[in-house]
Ligand binder design. Structure first.
Ligand SMILES: [Fe+2]
Length: 375
């Protein structure tokens, strides 16, 4: 069970958490952007407040390579650390998870390919975007020699999370919008996933309701809007912690690689393209709970987002995305469509409730890239 805390102006809740952790030295995994945050001063003064030394580790990139975690482990050991904290978006939290994975590994450099050896090192996560939900999941996403890899173990779930609205206030507008869209896609994809259950659907619905109710306040930078958007992203993260993501995420990675748009932006364009096809093809439903279950899911997603019926959901969702961010205006050549289609991860498609052939995926990409419309 995670401890969830909401930041107060003087971070007394963090003092309580660190005092209870009984640690000597914390490895703080963070990007350079922490220097703009109030939290930076908190960690600068942690030793005098709680007697815990702070060693910072920032030697990683936005789509982190596993070698960064191996370097982080060396810093952890060299300084006698006995606790982990991550302050950042998905990347900082993923690196901290991989360091945790390495701590007991027989050969840390091979930790991604060995059975995990769990440990109880205290692990605090403080998300600085409301999107990835990484603080709510037990898996880490990293790259190894350019190949995307995923590590998975219950011990990778942070044992404590701090929601600090102040951390969202300096985010540039594009990042604010695209990370929110990432959370929307996590909730929607988890809702319709073949692996959904009553709890994950409840969390996905809670995320969508919070997003709909707080979108404007969050974009305006109010304290309440930012706090509730952090909670929404966390609920969506809890939902994908059970179900994982589906075709929207399977299709979005190559759009980020080839068109330079952010992860959440790319995922939203994919879900926007998927929805009309999925709702028009109940005949292709492969969920054993049946097409009626899937229709009910569309209805519940619609209701949670503030739209009246499942039939209106594709148009409503498209308008929601379009009101925030533009589409991709570079039409793709045929060879690019082939490349994008081949790149889709078959494992992630395995969670998707509607059958998608290579031809369908190619047409969906063509639609996303505004080359042609789906028939
Ligand atoms: Fe995502």
């Amino acid at each position: 069970m995670q401890t969830l805390m909401t930041a107060t102006t003087d971070y007394t809740e963090l003092d309580g958490y660190f005092a209870a952790a009984d640690a000597k030295c914390v490895l703080l995994v963070c990007g350079g952007s922490i220097r703009k945050l109030r939290l930076n001063t908190y960690f600068e003064t942690l030793e005098q407040r709680c007697g815990i030394r702070v060693v910072r580790f920032s030697d990683f990139n936005p789509n982190p390579d596993f070698s960064s975690a191996v370097k982080g482990l060396a810093t952890y050991r060299a300084n006698g650390c006995d606790m982990l904290a991550a302050v950042g978006g998905g990347s900082a939290i993923d690196v901290a998870k991989c360091i945790k994975l390495c701590i007991n590994a027989r050969d840390p450099e091979q930790a991604l390919h060995q059975p995990p050896v769990p440990n109880t090192v205290p692990f605090l996560a403080i998300p600085t975007t409301a999107g990835s939900g990484s603080e709510a999941t037990h898996f880490a996403v990293v790259y190894e020699n350019g190949v995307k890899q995923s590590a998975e173990d219950d011990s990778l779930l942070p044992d404590a999370v701090l929601f600090d609205p102040d951390a969202l206030k300096t985010l540039p507008p594009y990042q604010k919008k695209s990370t929110m869209l990432d959370a929307v896609c996590h909730a929607v994809e988890s809702y319709w996933s073949l692996h959904s259950d009553a709890d994950s659907m409840k969390d996905a619905a809670a995320a969508l309701r919070l997003i709909a109710a707080n979108k404007d306040d969050y974009l305006a930078g109010t304290d309440t809007g930012c706090r509730n958007m952090l909670k929404a992203a966390h609920f969506a993260g809890k939902a994908i912690n059970v179900t994982k993501t589906t075709a929207g995420h399977a299709m979005c990675y190559q759009l980020t690689m080839h068109y330079g748009i952010s992860h959440g932006h790319a995922a939203a364009l994919c879900v926007k393209a998927l929805l009309p096809f999925m709702t028009a093809h109940p005949d292709l439903c492969i969920d054993t709970r049946g097409a009626a279950h899937l229709h009910q899911v569309y209805t519940e997603i619609a209701e949670a987002m503030g739209c009246t019926t499942a039939a209106e959901l594709p148009t409503f969702f498209a308008a929601f995305v379009d009101s925030l961010l533009p589409g991709i205006e570079t039409p793709a050549a045929a060879a690019e469509l082939d490349m994008l289609t081949c790149s889709v991860n078959a494992d992630r498609l395995g969670n998707h409730p509607v059958q998608l052939t290579a031809d369908t995926i190619r047409q969906l990409y063509a639609q996303i890239l505004e080359k042609e419309q789906m028939p």
